[in-house]
Design a protein around this ligand. Structure first.
Ligand code: ATP
Length: 242
């Protein structure tokens, strides 16, 4: 008996994507299936954020809800960790509930947020303003806010860029434990191979600029197969050796 391929959550097929007159990505034909864990790789400026934004917009158009963890985080520095996380669900409560909760958090909301913060190691910081946190702690708050949204699909733009490799691995596991499907831009190649099912690699060199150079299941890849996505780093490493 043959197994049927599930229908895609999204099929993004576009000649080009960009910003104003600048074309960043070309000839896109990307299907996102339920249950997939996609790592987006590519040198800085290759277009990972641009692709994530396009996926997000296309999902919104199709009414597919996705948790979103942006690169710039968008936290409000003067507000507490609790309030920043609560903002993940502002659209799910009435304006009055949101306002009252700003003044005096409801115990039920507080407990839900505390339960999310516990495994992220920020439960003891819930009353602290975000401006008084380290970069890694802020990143955890941004992840907690995305988890609090409570969707099946997670889109993250370098959500673990500010933490060490061990913590990054733990955070990705936590994200995956709460989301069946994920698309995450990363700079850590090892993490892509160990925690994701598929890698989409974007080109940055003159000839490859803006093209999907790789769209492969991770069980068919080794770390060395990803080196060509980072030509500047490869050149630097070889000149360091010589
Ligand atoms: N809002 C914007 N307006 C104009 N150009 C933009 C905008 N955002 C990104 N770009 C340009 O699009 C190109 C791709 O940027 P993008 O942020 O998608 O790359 P990236 O792979 O996510 O990079 P990084 O790893 O540094 O975050 C770059 O040349 C960048 O300058």
């Amino acid at each position: 008996m043959t197994q049927e391929t599930p229908s895609p959550l999204l099929h993004l097929s576009q000649d080009h994507l960009g910003h104003g007159a600048e074309v960043v990505l070309r000839d896109l034909d990307i299907r996102l299936l339920p249950g997939e864990r996609i790592a987006l790789l590519g040198a800085s400026g290759a277009g990972k954020s641009t692709l994530l934004e396009a996926l997000r917009a296309a999902l919104q158009q199709r009414d597919v809800a996705a948790a979103w963890c942006p690169q710039r985080q968008g936290l409000v520095p003067q507000l507490s960790v609790y309030h920043n996380i609560f903002m993940g669900r502002l659209d799910q409560h009435s304006r009055l509930t949101n306002l009252l909760n700003l003044l005096r958090p409801k115990p039920a909301h507080w407990q839900t947020v505390a339960a999310l913060c516990e495994p992220l190691g920020i439960a003891g910081l819930m009353e602290r303003s975000v401006e008084a946190l380290s970069g890694g702690q802020r990143q955890r708050v941004a992840i907690a806010r995305a988890l609090y949204q409570g969707h099946d699909l997670f889109l993250g733009d370098e959500p673990v860029a500010s933490v060490d490799p061990h913590q990054a691995s733990q955070l990705i596991q936590l994200i995956h434990a709460r989301h069946a499907t994920s698309v995450v831009a990363l700079h850590q190649r090892e993490l892509a191979l160990t925690h994701f099912t598929r890698v989409i690699g974007l080109g940055k060199q003159a000839d490859d600029q803006g093209r999907v150079l790789l769209d492969v299941a991770t069980d068919r890849l080794t770390p060395g197969d990803l080196d060509f996505l980072y030509p500047a780093a490869a050149t630097r490493e070889s000149s360091d050796v010589s």
